[in-house]
Design a protein. Structure first.
Length: 134
């Protein structure tokens, strides 16, 4: 490749990197703020694909350290199945993330209810009965 051609390629790659950086900066500035789920709640929206799939993790949210996220597949499951999932998550240790990506249809349990099955069940039943959990 001639020196002039090499310079053109390097210049083009530099511009392409700059355009990508600008596009990323615009995306960051226009992204809505994280959904505040620090007190727990139901993740709104519609899943892109069936099941508990990473492609559905489209909701940027704030949760408290120690919160447990109940997957979509369990949000309407029998309570005994949900409580077994929560007990296992507590045993393994909850994620310490503060800003996470969640899937529509998931339930976020705040840390103060995760270790008490009665409080966890009451929290979930409240979401289900209030219509927050369609």
């Amino acid at each position: 490749m001639a020196d002039a051609d090499q310079g053109w390629v390097e210049g083009t790659e530099g511009w392409m990197r700059a355009e990508a950086a600008v596009a990323q900066a615009i995306a960051e500035l226009t992204r809505p703020p994280p959904l505040d789920l620090r007190r727990g709640g139901f993740v709104p929206g519609t899943a892109l694909v069936r099941g508990d799939h990473p492609s559905n993790d489209t909701v940027h949210a704030s949760v408290r350290p120690g919160a447990i996220v109940v997957p979509r597949s369990l949000s309407h499951a029998p309570m005994r199945d949900v409580l077994a999932f929560i007990a296992n998550a507590v045993r393994l240790g909850a994620d310490e993330a503060v800003h996470v990506r969640l899937s529509p249809g998931e339930i976020v349990l705040p840390p103060e209810v995760t270790r008490d099955p009665r409080r966890a069940a009451a929290f979930i039943e409240h979401l289900r009965s209030s219509g927050a959990c369609p």
